[in-house]
Design a binder for this molecule. Structure first.
Ligand code: FES
Length: 172
């Protein structure tokens, strides 16, 4: 029996005619082929490019990447589910990552996380209804001497206090 890819709603992903990956993303992925020894080695950057375009990695995008890299869809899914930085569901435009490791915890991370939850009205792992923010707690962000730290998309905020949250959590 052949594999059949369906999304979370049971929709047949392969029957969807509109490609998930833009022509631009496909050409950026193809441009990587000469830089890596195998197509499989292109998988991580290809996933990053797809996620940068779409915001997350829907099943259709995974199938298209598998096709481009001549991999089985299961190989792609294995990688996506192994790493934390790949998202299989939509996330907010701003991803708030609060460090929960020891240095940050000793420097007030718990109160900070509670204040962020209260301010956004969401729990860890949730996204605000307007799609602005997703909140997660993560392990050490390698800035322990600046604890507590909060990473908002690509921007690291250091020695964060509750009073700083209005500025840090400004909607776009
Ligand atoms: S413990 Fe928070 S950055 Fe290392």
């Amino acid at each position: 029996m052949a594999w059949k890819a369906t999304d979370i709603r049971g929709v047949d992903v392969e029957a969807q005619e509109t490609p998930a990956l833009s022509e631009q993303t496909v050409s950026e992925i193809r441009a990587l082929f000469d830089r890596y020894p195998t197509r499989q080695a292109v998988l991580l950057p290809a996933l990053h490019l797809a996620q940068a375009q779409i915001g997350y990695l829907p099943p259709k995008a995974l199938l298209e990447i598998a096709g481009l890299l001549e991999l089985a869809p299961a190989q792609v899914l294995d990688v996506v589910t192994f790493y934390e930085m790949y998202w299989r569901q939509p996330k907010g435009r701003k991803l708030i990552q609060v460090c929960r490791s020891m240095s940050c915890e000793l420097c007030g991370q718990v109160g900070l996380l509670d204040a962020i939850k209260a301010k956004l009205g969401i729990e860890e792992g949730q996204t605000t209804p307007d799609g602005q923010f997703t909140l997660i707690a993560v392990e050490c962000l390698a800035a322990c001497d600046k604890a507590p730290v909060v990473l908002v998309n690509e921007t690291l905020h250091e020695k964060v206090a509750v009073k700083d949250l209005d500025e840090i959590l400004k909607p776009e």
